[in-house]
Design a protein around this ligand. Sequence first.
Ligand code: SF4
Length: 375
Amino acid sequence: MREIEVNVAYRWFLGLRLTDRVFDASTFSQNRRRRFDGTDIAQRIFDHIVEQAIARGLVGGDVLYTDSTHLKASANKGRYDKALIAKSRAAYWDDLDAAITQDRATHGKKPLAPKDRQPPVKETKVSRTDRDAGYMVRDGKPKGFFYLDHRSVDGRAGIITDTHVTPANVHDSIPYLARLDRQRARFDLDVVAVGLDAGYASAPIAKGLEDRGILGVTGYLRPSGPKGMLRKSAFDYDPALDAYRCPEGQIIPCATTDRTGYRHYKSDPAQCRTCPLLASCTTNAKTQKTVTRHVWADARERVDAHRLTDWGKRLYKRRKETVERSFADAKQLFGHRYARFRSLAKVQTQALLAATAQNIKKIAMAKWPTQPQTT
Ligand code: SF4
């Protein structure tokens, strides 16, 4: 407030004359609490600024980069209760249900019972201070209560075209396709390609992108699994047989398709029992090896191949200059390391206003580019 009183630039921006009284410090907070609580005002402001950027030719709309970053919630990580909570339902879940039913029918299996198609329920830590925050457990990240800001940035000038906040225990891939659709519909973007990090390298995302006619380039997802055991890549998939061939030449047929969309290919235990590779192949007590494959694995393999093309390498490299740079600026200059409020709706407003401020700055920089210093 003191800055508004003495800084003419702020007065100009707010439409205040030099002699006008500066409004009370609580004007913002009271407006937020009383007038705008429960409204979509922040989203509308954000959308309006994106439209201004589009009108000025700063948004290409053909290449979008998406990533997420965490904001520390205003909540002590040691103060929580445990509750059984169903995992989030992704936008692609209905399509996946249909694909599972079809796949099971192809393999002569009955459809799953409706109760088997519900999202799995998991024991989850719930903060006593901010119940909307999610307990984050991610490799290389701090543990505790956080929010995730899922942000998309346009490839032309780094304008943010979407920002969406979830609790930190929601996987990046869950909101992705719905948010992509929102941007295409709201701003009439003709998205041709997207660049995503390895967290988005999943069969449902690959299938969703192919269905929308969008080329996806995702980061390399390092295979995980116990040390000293055969990798999945040691088993060759034969599409003609719809079966895997193991390193010892055994054909492993499909046995079933589970409710998460994975086919289970199961070996013949009688053949495995005498196999010299048994110890490094499976620890199963019945000496039966199971290899899993998602019903949309073909789409995933096609999308994975984009990463190795020249255009895919060029496109992926720009993630650093676009969405990663956008997050770095947000954290360094716009207070985006911490959730300033409690509750999902308020943190969403914070993220929208930070992104709006970043976009306004980009528009201003494009309109009045900094001149090189001449001395
Ligand atoms: S244990 Fe069975 S599945 Fe594994 S390599 Fe040997 S024969 Fe093949």
